[in-house]
Design a protein. Structure first.
Length: 563
């Protein structure tokens, strides 16, 4: 979020936290906003860019030249975690289990997506006698294809999935739709299922009753169905609450109208549209079933019933494919040149300099970003090719964020939009910003994993939000924005913001509390570490200045993102 940290966009820093954190990225800035003149060729920014050109290349060079070599004293500790590569003479750091699962299954996933699209074409051509209005025939195909997909993935566990889904649907339809009881039931049901799935690991049929033991013989290619059910749970909540809210405001029929993304989410359907078929087709929609991105029920059904969105046109899908390939190649380059995940997993960092320790942490965060970005883009690409446009995740590079609020909005953006609609606003939004944020990040942590480490991460995020929220109140642009020093103070604050965001993510997704504590102790417990930290803050300061100007340039070109 640039609003309070730039000389130009800071002009609208006075917007409420709700507006800053809730709104879907828009295509243009506020009507009264005029971007400032470019600063790229000023002496100040020539200095920043010169430093940028000399410093940034060292960030990949140091891990490649000093860590990924047998001359590194710690090399024998992490070498067993490296694997032979398809490139002769090279080793690959394939030690991250989550990404390894996706990477090794890319050929199978490509085959699955290809078979799905071919089957869809055949279904539309041969099994649909006459094309109905819009694309509502897709619901039938999504029901059929999801049954086939789940049968292959989870085997007989498909019975458990359909039992849970049908139980929820029957209860929701039996409850008074306008009563708060429906909302309470929705959260209680999903919480119970979430905890039960974790505790009993999907519960085998034999544990339910000995006579059901034969059903455990075929568990599919992906037996851990309860892992995927975390995302399924979000869709259950979306359907239940969208159904409840539709009973308060009934629109006209919008089946043939092409709506913008925000309206597709908020515009309810006729009550007759919240059927069992639409419910199952939405929740089990094959391209998004495994990992998302996350769509709301309203959005899904609007797209099924209307003309395809511009992002599903062939030209855009091709460009998106090229972007996906570029990200995949980038990840392969990182895994072949910087074994930072293996170093992290084996704790092979004894004796490393502060610079090397910091870069081990930084590149681990880059790997986390890429290992999530790539699957999300693959499944979104699959959906776009199918004519459905789900929200894009990670709309900014991890290294192009300086606001904690903006970072979380642009990281898992589809999840953030879901949280804003179903949790943040209902519990008070900006009027109870800290309480809402605490509830949000506690939910996010427990949803990811029932562990103390993730809870620590969620609470750290809330704590680290406080300085930014306080700075917005203490140093509003309306009062200080025209002072020459305002942009520089904002850049310094943003540099500290970045350090806090990196710390929270290292705790939650990379090193845990002990590893992050060790890293920080090594960075600040001696003179060399303190000197490096001052240098790192300087680098983040100039990098933030470039981010500010980059966002200004976006506005000059008519591109506007609230993050």
């Amino acid at each position: 979020m640039r609003a309070t940290t730039q000389s130009g966009p800071a002009k609208h820093a006075h917007h409420s936290i709700t507006e800053l954190t809730v709104r879907v990225p828009a295509s243009k800035p506020p009507a009264n906003y005029i971007p400032g003149p470019p600063r790229w060729r000023t002496p100040e920014f020539i200095f920043y860019i010169t430093c940028f050109v000399f410093i940034v290349p060292w960030m990949p060079y140091i891990p490649w030249a000093y860590l990924n070599t047998p001359q590194n004293p710690n090399y024998p500790s992490f070498r067993p975690l490296l694997s032979d590569s398809y490139i002769p003479g090279l080793l690959v750091d394939d030690s991250d289990a989550q990404y390894r699962s996706f990477r090794s299954n890319i050929p199978a996933l490509l085959g699955l997506a290809g078979a799905y699209l071919l089957l869809r074409g055949a279904f539309a051509r041969y099994l649909v006698p006459s094309q109905p209005q819009g694309r509502s025939h897709l619901t039938s195909f999504h029901l059929l294809s999801s049954f086939l997909l789940l049968s292959a993935l989870h085997g007989t566990s498909i019975i458990k999935i359909y039992t849970l889904l049908l139980t929820n649907y029957c209860i929701v339809k039996a409850l008074p739709p306008r009563s708060p009881i429906l909302a309470v039931y929705t959260w209680a049901f999903c919480a119970v299922v979430l905890f039960a799935n974790e505790i009993y690991e999907g519960y085998s049929f034999a544990a339910l009753h000995p006579s059901l033991t034969p059903l455990d013989a075929w568990t599919g290619f992906y037996p851990r169905w309860h892992i995927s059910f975390n995302i399924t749970m979000l869709r259950i909540i979306s359907f239940n609450l969208d159904w409840r809210w539709a009973n308060f405001s009934q629109p006209g029929d919008t089946s043939s109208t092409l709506l913008d993304p925000k309206t597709r989410v908020t515009q309810p359907h006729t009550l007759a549209s919240y059927t069992l078929g639409n419910y199952l087709a939405y929740i089990l929609y094959p391209p998004l079933y495994i990992a998302g991105p996350i769509m709301t029920f309203n959005d899904y059904l609007h797209q099924v019933r209307s003309a395809p969105t511009p992002d599903t046109h062939l030209d855009y899908v091709k460009k998106y494919l090229y972007r996906f390939i570029f990200c995949l190649v980038t990840m392969e380059f990182v895994l072949h040149t910087m074994p930072v995940v293996a170093i992290k997993d084996s704790h092979a960092w004894q004796g490393n300099t502060p610079v090397e320790l910091a870069l081990i942490g930084f590149w681990n965060l880059i790997v986390v970003w890429l290992k999530l970005l790539i699957p999300w883009r693959f499944f979104r690409l699959w959906a776009l090719a199918d004519g459905i446009d789900p929200p894009e995740n990670m709309v900014r590079c991890m290294a192009n964020n300086y606001s904690a609020l903006g970072f979380w909005r642009s990281w898992h953006r589809s999840y953030n939009l879901w949280i804003v609609r179903y949790i943040y606003i209902p519990v008070g939004g900006s009027e109870r910003a800290l309480l809402a944020s605490l509830l949000v990040f506690t939910f996010v942590a427990l949803w990811h994993d029932l562990s103390f480490r993730l809870l620590t991460w969620g609470w750290l995020v809330v704590i680290f939000l406080i300085p930014e929220l306080a700075a917005r109140q203490l140093f509003p642009y309306s009062k200080y924005g025209k002072n020459w020093w305002f942009r520089h103070i904002c850049a310094l604050g943003s540099a500290m913001n970045i350090l806090m965001m990196m710390t929270a993510n290292l705790v939650g997704f990379v090193l845990g509390t002990d590893g992050t504590e060790y890293l920080w102790w090594e960075l600040i417990s001696n003179w060399n570490g303190l000197v490096f930290m001052l240098f790192a803050i300087f680098c983040l300061f100039l990098g933030t200045q470039i981010m500010f100007e980059y966002r200004e340039e976006e506005l000059r070109q008519g591109i506007y993102r609230r993050c």
